[in-house]
Write a protein that binds this ligand. Sequence first.
Ligand code: GLC
Length: 559
Amino acid sequence: MAAGAVPDGPRPWWQEAVFYQVYPRSFADSDGDGVGDLAGIRSHLADLAWLGVDAVWISPFFRSPMADFGYDVSDYCDVDPLFGDLAEFDHLVDDAHALGLRVVIDWVPNHTSDQHPWFLDASSSRDSPRRDWYVWRDPTPDGSPPNNWVAAFDRTAPAWTFHEATGQWYLHMFESAQPDLDWDQPAVEAAMHDTLRFWLDRGVDGFRADVVHGIGKDPALPDDPPEMAGVPHCALNDHPATHRRLRAIRSLLDGYPGERMMVGEVFLLSTEAVATYYGHDDELHLAFNFPPLFAPWLADQWRRCIEDTFAALDPRGAWPTWVLSNHDNPRHRTRYDRAAARAGEDAATAAVRSEARARAAAVLLLTLRGTPFVYQGEELGLAEADVPDGRRVDPGGRDGCRAPVPWDASPDHGWPVRAGADTWLPMAPEADLRNRVTEAGDPRSVLHLYRRAIAVRRASPALVRGSFSLQDAPDGVLAFRRGHRGDTVDVLVNFTGTMVDLDDPTVVGAEVLLASDDPALTDGFDGLLGPDQAVVVRRRRGTCATGAGRRPVPDVLQP
Ligand code: GLC
């Protein structure tokens, strides 16, 4: 298939959907314990429907000792009492479906909690029938770990813990409280398939599979190359066994009606490698595309990310995903601010540009060819919370992006906690202004921009499923064209802090569908892109630019 070309015909829902990630601890709290829960999510589903998203991905809410805030699961088939119970989950799914929202849940197949009955059993004795459900190795003569693999979070820590009681090391790509399952054991694979069936039978529309490239490992457990010293093994593990396991998971999903899907977290350093996890349309439906999550606010870097993504995925017919923020990384608004500060931007400029950059990024996210994922709170323009040392709780230092979402301008911002309780993390910053109720009342807010952008996307076949081609543009501007059966839409993003004159007859005079900074649309695009402004325009058939009605070009742009 030619780059940028998209086959016609009906498309699966997950290719056309906008996903919204809920991190349950921080979304909404129904019982005043300061930790969000399923009833809290349920009470705000209508807000998500109003926003216009199509699917909600809910991070883990399963039984867990919370060493990694739910990514250490001690029972895959139950809800942790902190979050509610199975009946509450069933209500949530019913309500979501009634509102037209799909529900996708996290699935953590690489590791369990060390408190999972499987691990308690496996670690009880070398003779346990479940011993080989996990990866054990004998002590080495010099007492060092079995290989040089490094765990995530603390890059000096080995991915192994010595288990005194049974005299062997066990493998954990993350915390020692998260022992890796051994998927080479058919019983493990079967048990994990059962956990998928459990939730599919309850009506979930799909899964976000956590570090799913970890389920196949080289059984010889060879050292990582010395030049990769300090790189966590989870970013390097890329073994062929995973692919046949993903094919088995895919056929399990395909056995259910209703296009159940899986989006995988394949955290590898190369996009080509990630692309292989789509298989030949027989493994993952989608895989997260991480380079844009780390790209600074620079047009050439985004251009490269986009080119690399399509170069790796298009030859396989694999559908891309786009993400700016998630629960593991600093919020993009703050990332862009920090990168600009490192590049010498002063505080006054940053104050002006910060929200403008986040707005333009939102337009980019929602107009690229592929499935966008919005992380809770980015639709409010939230920045990273500044969490004081005394309140930091995460072993991976990710508290700042997990601050509770402010719902209103009241003193508790919609998180009324019981006497003696506090929210588990401090509230997100600027909560008096950046909260849902206040922003819902202001058509100029970031919230309304997301809503408009999602609506414009939904109404445009070109944006939802059209072809994609990068266009020539002045330095600091990214321009791309989307097209579908005569619907031609141009997206123009100014990554610089100054106005740019595009002087491009193919877009001047076009109908403005969306502007990142202004809900009041002008009749025809005048070719001038404001600082950090993104504009989406639709070409009128049979018209060409007249230049009429242009704003005066500022002196600085005159030759
Ligand atoms: C994934 C999750 C992250 C978690 C880790 C271990 O990377 O996104 O939050 O800590 O897996 O499960």
